[in-house]
Design a protein around this ligand. Structure first.
Ligand SMILES: Nc1ncnc2c1ncn2[C@@H]1O[C@H](COP(=O)(O)OP(=O)(O)OP(=O)(O)O)[C@@H](O)[C@H]1O
Ligand SMILES: [Mg+2]
Length: 491
């Protein structure tokens, strides 16, 4: 598009200008240059002065207007341009500065070259998120992981697909961080086949994750047994200490010692009975082992992407929260000791784990607040931004926003995403699947992108494909099972 800046309301100013389009069809979220200023088209409007002059459209004979006055020749297209900053070219380099002088009315605007947009957005082209309007590439710099990242969008907007794309790229970076995924629905395991021989993708069933008995603290018990009373907690504290002194190394052993009154309350009675019931419940949960697993010494995080598949724990809220907390705590400790590389933890369904009331929130908030000091970053992925702990969300400095329709979630985005301007917020409900807006400290201005679809084996099936797959599998089973007649014939 080409056009000229016009004078309208209090514009042009340093932030905003309106332009009359002279040539071409403008697209929302495309970029223009006004002199050396970089601008983004944030809205496209049609005007027609002839219609503006008519007092009542109800009485207008549109055909007659066209015939006698050629009304359509009065059509105009006006764009709203958000002025993002100033671009200076030094040699082959592009330097972007946030401040720009206001253009004058009458100044021309022209499409911005793709390389200028790409290079103004960020210095580092690390993770390719997708393509912007006009075909330039939208990269997220690794620098975003110095703090935390949130991917916020309604269900089906394309969050997981985008994350798969990020994971595949992170996995093959020459200088890569550790990557750990808390995969609530078991949808990332298919990455294993997709990465080929480059490094490893290790899928660990979250059910296998256990804390060693010797590391079990009364605080852990509070997390696992939400109804525990203070006197009982005291009794456990004493009992655990005694058990460790006696060299007991398993929860089973602890239970036996408790029952035979070798540890814990010496008198029997109600408390002991309750404790035994609680320890039985703990045994059923399968959260305590003889040794802790994992210790993160099992893998080389500089080459291995670790996926914790939580799908087998669906509905076991306390267990899930406990094990996720254990993973985060352990990673935090390992980072502090410098035993693993700076690591990014992707948390799917983060509104579950880090809800305002969820037990894992405590660890989540700690990592959110202090993680960056130690190079442990979170990527929170959620379809219910309004349900996630404000403390956790407010520590995110980079946001990827995709389609959001729910007014409460939009409100939460408005409150907690710095840099989400009105025009960004307005566009959230109309984004298509896979489309997103990258906002935040890691980039110089909010930018729209379309992410590519990642094709992993057996993933992203449409509903029809899901049905087909079922009937194909069943067909195969039926063919393999002889019918009654075939069976009789064989006799
Ligand atoms: N960029 C894309 N291009 C085309 N199709 C896409 C794209 N991203 C996602 N899809 C499709 O849209 C559907 C939903 O995508 P996805 O599972 O990533 O959404 P989600 O936001 O993670 O949803 P949920 O919150 O329910 O987990 C999938 O069938 C996926 O294949
Ligand atoms: Mg998803």
């Amino acid at each position: 598009v080409r056009g000229i800046i016009i004078s309208r309301e209090d514009t042009p100013n340093t932030m905003r200008a309106y332009g009359m389009v002279v040539e071409g069809e403008p697209e929302k979220f495309s970029f223009v240059m006004i002199g050396n200023r970089l601008g983004m088209i944030t809205e496209v409007m049609r005007r027609n002065e002839l219609y503006a002059m008519l007092p009542s459209l109800a009485r207008v004979d549109v055909d007659a207007l066209e015939e006698h006055l050629r009304a359509s020749e009065w059509h105009q297209t006006v764009v709203e341009i958000s002025i993002l900053g100033r671009v200076e070219k030094e040699g082959g380099r592009v330097r972007f500065a946030r401040r720009a002088s206001p253009p004058y009315p009458g100044e021309p605007f022209v499409p911005a070259p793709n390389d200028v947009v790409e290079r103004s957005l960020t210095k580092d082209r690390d993770l390719l998120l997708g393509e912007g309007v006009g075909g330039f590439q939208v990269y997220m710099p690794l620098e975003a992981f110095r703090k935390h990242v949130a991917v916020l969008a309604m269900s089906g907007a394309g969050k997981s697909n985008l994350v798969k794309n990020m994971l595949l790229q992170l996995h093959t970076l020459p200088l890569r961080p550790g990557v750990v995924v808390l995969d609530m629905h078991g949808e990332y395991g298919a990455l294993e086949a997709a990465v080929g021989g480059r490094g490893r993708v290790e899928v660990v069933d979250l059910a296998e994750v256990k804390i060693g008995f010797s590391q079990l603290t009364p605080g852990d018990l509070r997390l696992l047994l939400p109804n525990i009373s203070d006197p009982r907690l005291e009794a456990y504290k004493k009992a655990l200490r005694e058990a460790k002194e006696k060299g007991i190394t398993t929860l089973e052993g602890f239970r036996d010692a408790l029952e035979s009154r070798a540890v814990g309350p010496q008198k029997g009675g109600g408390m002991l009975a309750t404790m035994l019931r609680e320890v039985d419940a703990l045994l059923d949960m399968g959260v305590v082992g003889e040794e802790s697993y994992p210790t993160f010494e099992e893998w080389d995080l500089s080459t291995t992407t670790l996926i914790f598949d939580a799908s087998s724990l669906l509905g076991l809220s306390e267990v899930l929260h406990f094990k996720a907390s254990y993973i985060l705590k352990t990673l935090f400790a390992k980072r502090r000791e410098g035993r693993i590389p700076p690591t990014v933890v992707f948390v799917e369904e983060a509104h579950n784990l880090f809800s305002e009331r969820g037990p894992a929130r405590v660890v989540g908030e700690r990592v959110a607040r202090e993680g960056r000091k130690y190079g442990l970053s979170l990527v929170l992925i959620t379809q219910r931004p309004s349900h996630i702990s404000q403390t956790v969300l407010s520590q995110c400095n980079t946001h990827i926003l995709m389609r959001i329709m729910n007014p409460n979630d939009q409100q939460k985005v408005r409150e907690s995403v710095e840099g989400a301007s009105q025009s960004v917020l307005n566009s959230l409900p109309v984004l298509e699947t896979g489309e997103g807006i990258l906002v935040g400290e890691a980039v110089n201005f909010p930018i729209f992108f379309r992410s590519p679809k990642v094709d992993l084996p057996n993933q992203n099936l449409s509903y029809k494909e899901l049905l087909e797959e079922f009937y194909r599998k069943r067909g195969a089973v039926e063919r393999a099972t002889p019918s009654a007649e075939d069976a009789l014939e064989g006799l």
